[in-house]
Design a protein around this ligand. Sequence first.
Ligand code: MOS
Length: 758
Amino acid sequence: MTDLIEALRTPVADEGTGPVTIGMAVSRVDGRDKVTGQARYAAEHSAEALLYGVVVSGTITKGRIASIDAGKALAVPGVIEVITHENRPRLRSFDLFYKDMTAPGGSPFRPLYDDKIHSSGQPVALVVAETFEAARYAASLVEIAYETEAHETCLLDHVERSHKPSRLKAGYTPPPEPKGFADEVWDKALVRMEGEYYSGVEHHNPLEMFASTVVRGADGHLTIYDKTQSSQNSRWYVSHVFGLSKNKVTVRNPYVGGAFGSGLRPQYQLALAVMAALKLERSVRVVLTRQQMFSFGHRPETIQRVRLGARPDGTLTAIIHEALAETSRNEDYVEVVVNWSGQLYACEHIRLGYKLVALDRFSPIDMRAPGAAHGVHALEVAMDELSYELKMDPLALRLKNYADLDPTEGLPYSTKELRACYEQGAQRFGWDQRPGEVRSMREGHELIGWGMATGMWDAMQMFARASAVLHADGNLVVSSAATDIGTGTYTAMCIIAADAMGMPLERVRFQLGDSTLPVAPIEGGSSHVATVGSAVQGVCEKLQKSLFKLARKMPDSPFAKARFEDAEFAGGALRLRAQPALAVPLGAILAFDGAGRLEEKYMMLPNVLKQQNYMRATHSAVFVEVRVDEAFGTVRVTRVVSAIAAGRIINAKAARSQIIGGVVWGIGQALHEETQSDDRIGRFMNHNLGEYHVSVNADIHDIDVVFVQEDDRIVSRLGAKGVGEIGQVGVAAAVCNAIYHATGRRVRSTPMTPDKVM
Ligand code: MOS
């Protein structure tokens, strides 16, 4: 297994980094490889006689392909084949029902399956050539005639045919049954608010394009470098779709240049690249363009209605939150949206609703903090609106309704240091200096406003295995088929192992990104540290015990009469706590045994019986200052304090970076990001980074991150919950609330562009 190190280019910390402990700020072990271009991504792996595939995207939104003429394309020198639904290989499983592990309920999209067109930009052909340039040119020459049908892509036009999600997905948690009599109580509430909120479509824009390089071995074995959040999910998909046995396919993803959920499902370039490799018996690479990355999933457009009722003292009496979101015709994509509204504030009467409208669009897909990014936004803007109805400070309103038990189930929280987030965040921000009146702060031509919001995200743990091999040279190699989508998995796992074994960081390597490694879940839901990290800690503890047993057998062993508890692992050695001078280097213990290596395996199963008795979540309090130009309606987010409770932090540096990234994206959600659809033709129009705006350096000012103390041994044996998604939740709401405080204008849709703010 350790021979994968070179194939995967497993990174290692710089010599001299030395000992590390959990919670330290540690630079990425893969940082040098990344900034020097040594880290290779899916499209950067090569093969002998590699062929290049370029995808031809359909130009209609709904209908069928009447005819395809590939004659001119095939005449281009270097072009080998044009694969379409008419000549694709018939494959054992391709025409059967198949899914990837993360598929929503329904029937997944099958590229080049038949003549039907289901959504704009659907792939209709793959041109394969000896060079990328020939393939790209030939792709422009493929002539396709269509028969079009009427399409429906506008959510607002079709709200009347909404349905409850029925084609269910494993792990889908429908909104809980109503609690109490929310509608009646709201009707009679002395203080109440009602708001309708709209969030447009957003697209993931990771730096790395989706790509698959299929390297075909002489024996027909396929080694596939794929951009994915799980090598094992892509391997499973390829095996099932193409009827290839597990040992005929290896998928690798040692480096992934961002994904944010878009890589949770295998995307269509993978199926097309494998199809070409099998049909032509060659190695093939397919890379999508930025435009094509707007054709396979997005954060769905969502309409929400929130009603809150309260007593004059601020006690919430009713919460009603209903959401309507788009899905595709073939699948019920669910992100629930409303569930957090039953988990955040103490309230006796709660009713939550969630419905879908099927449109002629590609299925939506998870995008960072799916559901919460839009759902908690609406709730937290509504809470701000209520605070003005009550003439109460927005933070005081949240504290008044602080939930010590989960309001819908009555369960205790595994840990919940949200109160500390409020306190420490408010103090860092200077919230007590905030004037209550709107339009009360101004500097020159800018109005200044301060707003805040709460964030919440699930704290999940899945199942994982890990293995660890200690070598006589004192190096440790830990492995699991985990993924690092830029989040810092390599470094976090090395820290956990180095901390457990008392080894310098540079003596530890963590292998991930290969489907043949021990089972790991998809990197998603901010669950990787709690899951894979716990498996890594578990395997290291097994290794410690085996090493201790060996050490006791050494001639004149200082441990002969010691108990395991009397010993500790530190400085790359085993030593007695009482006599630290009597240290035996770990390598020497192995050398005595003669084996030269010691291997352990561990399987980490979440303690579901225990976990199910608790509400498990991460929390945040976000404080924002905006400056709004009165004449232009432009908004600058000049100051953000994000206070986070996410369990024990493994790498203070990477965790802070994750939260900063989330805040930046929250600012994008608030001010910039929206994919606009021309519903007359049913197409996303701004499918490029020139017109799909994301936050850039000029938009980002001061971001201060606070981690409050929290240690959660129910979510994971490490005490960690997980950071990443929690960083984004609530940020856009805090911006919205700050804009209101600055201007007195309530903007109930995102993004809050100048035309809405003015
Ligand atoms: Mo994340 S949206 O679970 O990759």
